[in-house]
Design a protein around this ligand. Structure first.
Ligand code: HEC
Length: 257
């Protein structure tokens, strides 16, 4: 008895079954003499070449267009307006309209996108017609066109409405570095200062950056105690000693000494 004789390859699509031959089962490879090729190295080499072209293409693209990085995320800055990536801008824009935001957020965030993407997912079951020509499938074609127009329009609107100048300012990377292990920083962080002047003293939505203020230690103590302009008085709750350390820390642009 030969090895493997009588063995059946269950589930192998190439096993012929002439009686119940289904039209969508491909013919055996042996029926295309001269048209087959070895997997190794011929086929694999071709695959690798295509892969290399894409890899080098992406490499050039990332070198030519580096990621638009912003400063480190600051959870204390509630004034920062985040913007999603371009492919989500239409959903982001949708949430700005009256009846899909606020009390109706669920409608804009879950129901409408759910219906749209759900319908796309279920399309093969919803639309069982035999027609393939777009002009013979008015409902499917119409809905698809509507979706494309809505997506393009919403994306366009959101780019148009975004305040790019303010965003560039908000996200700007500030070159200063502060010593957040210094005692002065500990005091700074334990008071309310961060809320207005930011995690890294970079300023935020409500306050000013505390770099290169040109203020003396005494002037800083005076502002912190009595406030100035939009900064309310009494923001510091600590000892005289701590105030001195904090003021020196700020006067030193965020360094201990
Ligand atoms: C409610 C928000 C708020 C808080 C909290 C706050 N500040 Fe201010 N701070 C401001 C604003 C606004 C200004 C700008 C004042 C002006 O318009 O003259 C300012 C200005 C300053 C200045 C002067 C900056 C300059 O360049 O002239 C210093 C120093 C300062 N703050 C330190 C502190 C310290 C230290 C704390 C924590 C104890 C603190 N601030 C807490 C809002 C705040």
């Amino acid at each position: 008895m030969h090895r493997g004789k009588g063995m059946k390859f269950v589930g192998d699509s190439r096993v012929k079954d002439m009686q119940h031959r289904k039209p969508n089962i491909p013919k055996d490879y042996s029926e295309y003499p001269g048209k087959t090729e070895a997997f190794w190295p011929n086929f694999l080499l071709k695959e690798w070449m295509v892969g290399a072209v894409f890899l080098i293409g992406y490499l050039c693209l990332t070198a030519a267009h580096p990621s638009p990085l912003e400063r480190m995320a600051d959870p204390t800055d509630s004034g920062y307006i985040p913007l999603p990536d371009w492919y989500f801008l239409f959903l982001y824009q949708l949430l700005k309209y009256e009846y899909v935001s606020g009390d109706y957020t669920v409608l804009g965030a879950v129901v409408i996108p759910g219906l749209a993407f759900g319908a796309l997912l279920l399309a093969p079951w919803l639309d069982t017609g035999k027609e393939r020509k777009p002009s013979r499938r008015p409902v499917a074609t119409g809905l698809m066109l509507l979706a494309i127009i809505a997506t393009v329009y919403l994306t366009w609107e959101s780019v148009d409405q975004h305040d790019w100048e303010a965003a560039a300012k908000q996200g700007a990377i500030i070159e200063h570095e502060i010593d957040d292990t210094a005692e002065g920083y500990e005091i700074y962080a334990s008071q309310s200062c961060i809320g207005c002047h930011g995690n890294q003293m970079e300023g935020g939505s409500a306050g000013y950056a505390l770099f290169e203020t040109g203020l003396s230690v005494d002037e800083i103590k005076e502002i912190v105690t009595n406030g100035r302009g939009a900064m309310p008085p009494g923001m510091f709750e600590g000892s005289e000693e701590e105030l001195e350390i904090l003021a020196k820390f700020i006067a030193n642009d965020g360094q201990a000494e």
